[in-house]
Ligand binder design. Structure first.
Ligand SMILES: [Zn+2]
Length: 304
């Protein structure tokens, strides 16, 4: 993957720390009988299944300090497109903008619905969110109550590649961000709550929601190199090659429930799956990538 070296990068979609930057959605209660979905949607890493030290990511009870929030913010503010080719934090910033560009164009075109921007927060340790306290050890997550994505950049190297044997390649990192934004699109389309209505099992609502987020990440990959950034004709992302897609697939397989279970207890139990098997996750990402259509990501009616 390569971001083009020239042109503006809008860094306003990403913040360091994040606590208090939510959109002020009250926790608890519902509006007019509609229950507000408050439970965060996790990336699918359950540390207890892996038997890992949950302090590995700087979690373990420390609230993200103002110093670490400020450090992230300074890094974010200094990001350019060129640096996004080599630096993880800046890559998350540029990827956030690339994903928003794709959905701003595709959501209205494909569904008639206007895309509303989400926001990415980089943190280390713990963070206060509209869905309660987030922890680095939970892995990246999306909170439907405040429309924010939360991510500790250490996750890629330490957990995704280090513990799960996935890929830490740039494209793989971008897939993780695009998956979380997939949950944002599901929130806008009103599908996200299907996850909590039927939270477990190989063909559960939860698994279908997760596979759809993988498929939506594929839609981003489909359009990323052809969607113009605002104020110009050029996309932010210049190239996304087949070997980049291979890295993404490697990570999609690494975070399959069956793979995680076999690494942990060694026992694969589909009745407890929440995100889908390695095969399912690969299949749905590739489906979105090849077809680029929201309709082709209808995991709710499909045989999965
Ligand atoms: Zn997810």
């Amino acid at each position: 993957m390569t971001f083009r070296r020239q042109g503006n990068l809008d860094t306003s979609g990403v913040s360091g720390g994040g606590g208090g930057r939510g959109r002020g959605v009250a926790v608890g209660g519902g509006v007019g009988g509609i229950v507000v979905v408050l439970i965060a949607v996790m990336f699918g890493i359950n540390p207890s299944e892996l038997g890992v030290n949950t302090g590995a990511l700087g979690g373990g009870g420390n609230m993200g300090t103002d110093a670490s929030a400020q450090q992230f913010q300074e890094q974010i503010d200094s990001c350019t497109l060129e640096v996004a080719n080599t630096d993880t934090v800046c890559r998350i910033v540029a990827t956030t903008e690339s994903i928003e560009d794709v959905w701003t164009a595709q959501l209205p075109e494909q569904t008639g619905m206007r895309y509303e921007q989400a926001h990415t927060n980089l943190f280390s340790g713990q963070i206060s969110t509209g869905c309660g306290t987030g922890d680095s050890a939970m892995g990246p997550f999306y909170c439907p109550a405040d429309n924010n994505v939360y991510l500790d950049p250490e996750f890629f190297d330490q957990v995704l590649a280090g513990q799960l044997g996935g890929s830490n390649a740039p494209a793989s990192q971008m897939y993780v961000v695009a998956h979380e934004f997939g949950h944002h699109v599901q929130t806008l389309l009103g599908d996200i709550q299907r996850s909590q209505q039927d939270p477990q099992g190989e063909s559960s609502g939860a698994v279908r929601v997760e596979l759809q987020a993988d498929c939506y990440a594929g839609i981003w990959a489909h359009y990323a190199t052809t969607t113009a950034a605002p104020g110009g004709d050029l996309p932010l992302l210049e190239s996304l090659t087949e070997s980049d897609i291979d890295e993404i697939v490697r990570s999609a397989e690494a975070i399959g429930d069956d793979h995680i279970q076999s690494l942990g207890s060694g026992r694969v139990d589909p009745s407890s799956w929440t995100h889908g098997s390695s095969d399912m996750r690969r299949t749905w990402f590739v489906n979105g990538y090849r077809n680029g259509s929201v309709d082709s990501c209808n995991t709710f009616d499909a045989q999965i």
